[in-house]
Design a protein around this ligand. Structure first.
Ligand code: NAD
Ligand code: MG
Length: 411
């Protein structure tokens, strides 16, 4: 039986890697739906190549895109906006949703896919950062399967016992002996640079990742190590652990993608070339394996594997993420929203790379009531978050606050 796949965020870096694997295994996978937000020319070419039944584009592009497809004799229904993405995520024809939209924009459709009991291949880490409990509950209540594409989480998943992978027993069950998770981080392009060099960094320097080729936002997040902070929160939700049970270690070679430490002293690690096609192929085929088209790791060429403790002064975003995870969900939503605004401002050259951590910290302080000058926000940290609307409300207020902080940095 072929799996019918919807790739949401098909025009991005994860979209590219996913489609290359799907194209290589037509006997296993059918591309049923695609989505794209920008780069619609690329989306058009993908529609010509993969002939999906449905495609989602921004609301105001639906008519143009449909006309273009019809002229090229590509029979494909075009849907628009968040409602269109949701509709695809809920479509009974879809078996598997690849959640590869970047940022908060991917939250609603990812949650819909979980509620519809789909097999969800999750790249969109921001969805778990914002709505971890809601998402995990939706997965449990609706019999969905959540498989991580983020290389670190996929590595941890692979190093856990099958009973835990299949949610048959809790990770906390003492018989499994899971002691800690170790998330590896490359350290990004500024690992061996000073804070002052980071402060003066251009956008092109910040997005030049030493080991991975990725979208712009995650590349900036890697430069500040906010990416590892988001991944720490993602891991807490995915694996049902407290942040104190997850360590972060810098491993500049990006060969070990993460580790699970067991109570008998064993550390199980997953290794491979830094290529997202490996975790994507793993999740697509799980519990089987398929070829990912990835070059074999040449162990003879590996001279050394280094491990370094992160400097939390230089990479303050990582510390903020730990604190946010301790403070509760409102803090994680706030941090994610502030960071999206700050990263965008950095890309537009309105603030410096090191301003991102400052903006994130200021917004957290103001929103969570530590800074009493902002009236009306203090109740957010204690509010019960039970629905998507609560999350979107906090996200919106945090974005507004972050915009003010961006303006303050510019003055
Ligand atoms: P990207 O910027 O290359 O692609 C993002 C995709 O999201 C594009 O298809 C874009 O059209 C779509 N999109 C953007 N804004 C949208 C909006 N408002 N509404 C609907 N669609 C929108 O990003 P990427 O690097 O592929 O990352 C995608 C996700 O995967 C992110 O959450 C990222 O953190 C995660 N991730 C990426 C990598 C990687 O190697 N690239 C690794 C691990 C996790
Ligand atoms: Mg990652």
């Amino acid at each position: 039986m072929t799996q019918r796949i919807a790739v949401l965020g098909a025009t991005g870096s994860i979209g590219d890697s996913t489609l290359s694997i799907l194209a290589a295994h037509p006997e296993h996978y059918q591309v049923y739906a695609l989505s794209g937000h920008g780069r619609l020319d690329k989306l058009f070419e993908l529609c010509q190549q993969f002939r999906p039944s449905r495609v989602a584009v921004p609301e105001n592009k639906v008519d143009d895109f449909a006309t273009r497809l019809a002229a090229a004799q590509v029979a494909c229904e075009v849907v628009g906006g968040q409602a269109g993405l949701d509709d695809i995520a809920l479509d009974p024809q879809v078996d598997t949703v690849v959640a590869a939209i970047v940022g908060a924009a991917g939250l609603a459709s990812t949650l819909s896919a979980a509620k519809a009991g789909k097999r969800v291949l999750l790249a969109n880490k921001e969805a778990l950062v914002m709505a971890g409990s809601l998402m995990m509950q939706a997965v449990r209540d609706n019999g969905a399967t959540l498989l991580p594409l983020d290389s670190e989480h996929n590595a941890i998943f692979q190093c856990l016992p099958p009973q835990i992978q299949q949610n048959n027993t809790a990770i906390h069950d003492a018989s499994h002996g899971v002691k800690k998770l170790w998330l590896t981080a490359s350290g990004g392009p500024f690992l061996n640079k000073t804070w002052e060099q980071m402060q003066a960094a251009s956008v092109s320097e910040a997005v030049k990742h030493p080991n991975w080729s990725m979208g712009q936002k995650i590349s900036v997040d890697s430069a500040t190590m906010m990416n590892k902070g988001l991944e720490l929160i993602e891991a807490c939700h995915l694996f049902d652990l407290a942040e104190s049970q997850i360590n972060v270690v810098i491993h500049p070679q990006s060969i070990i993608h993460s580790l699970v430490e067991y109570c008998d002293g064993s550390f199980l690690a997953q290794m491979g070339s830094p290529d997202m096609r490996t975790p994507i192929a793993h999740a697509l085929a799980y519990p089987n394996r398929i070829s990912a088209g990835v070059e074999s790791l040449d162990l003879y060429q590996l001279s050394s594997l280094e491990f370094i403790k992160p400097d939390l002064k230089k990479f303050a975003c990582l510390k903020l993420a730990r604190e946010a995870m301790q403070s509760g969900q409102a803090a994680s939503i706030t941090l994610n929203a502030a960071n999206e605004v700050a990263v965008e401002a950095f890309i537009k050259q309105q603030v410096s790379l090191t301003d991102i951590a400052l903006i994130n910290a200021q917004v957290l302080d103001k929103m969570l009531g530590k800074d009493k000058s902002v009236a009306g926000h203090a109740d957010i940290s204690v509010r019960q978050i039970t629905e998507l609307n609560d999350i979107l409300m906090i996200d919106k207020i945090a974005r507004e606050q972050a915009q003010l902080e961006v303006m303050a940095c510019r003055n």
